[in-house]
Design a protein. Structure first.
Length: 161
């Protein structure tokens, strides 16, 4: 985990001991119930024998606090988008054309309407309906042609309804 600046002059990292304000926040979020706190410590460390907040790092405390408060830790990688494409690849441009023909588009301030490569297409590639389950940029030409054939069917279906 990389170091993340949280408050002025305060750096959170893997090797730093938990701070007093983090102990207080975790206890407050646990409604000062020791058993609940113990479960959080065991969850973040993966060790059922640990129960002390003093035994965890600042980064682990941050993960507990952010999970308790319903926010996503900033440092965690976002889900990979399988719909990313190469504008110089003719097969990728064909996929975009098929999506536009099937009216699978999203609004763009810069371009007006564009093919929904990051939403619908990303979900399609990850679904059971996709003939190839992997990110578009990692596919071979043969695999992309299978996707194009599947999208040709989507275009026909969408335009026949």
């Amino acid at each position: 985990m990389t170091k993340t600046k949280v408050k002025p002059n305060e750096v959170i990292g893997d090797n730093h001991p938990i701070l007093l304000w983090q102990v207080n926040r975790i206890m407050k979020n646990c409604h000062y119930q020791v058993e609940t706190k113990n479960e959080w410590v065991q969850w973040v460390t993966g060790d059922v024998k640990r129960s002390s907040l003093k035994s965890i790092t600042q980064a682990q405390a941050k993960k507990i606090i952010m999970t308790q408060e319903g926010s996503t830790p900033i440092n965690e990688p976002k889900a990979e988008n399988w719909g990313l494409f190469d504008t110089n690849n003719t097969q990728h441009r064909r996929i975009q054309a098929n999506l536009r023909a099937a009216n699978i588009v999203v609004k763009s301030e810069k371009w007006g309407e564009v093919a929904d490569m990051l939403g619908w297409f990303d979900r399609f590639l990850k679904s059971d309906k996709s003939p190839v389950k992997k990110p578009l940029k990692q596919m071979t030409a043969i695999e992309v042609s299978k996707i194009i054939r599947a999208l040709d069917g989507v275009v026909i279906w969408k335009n026949s309804v």
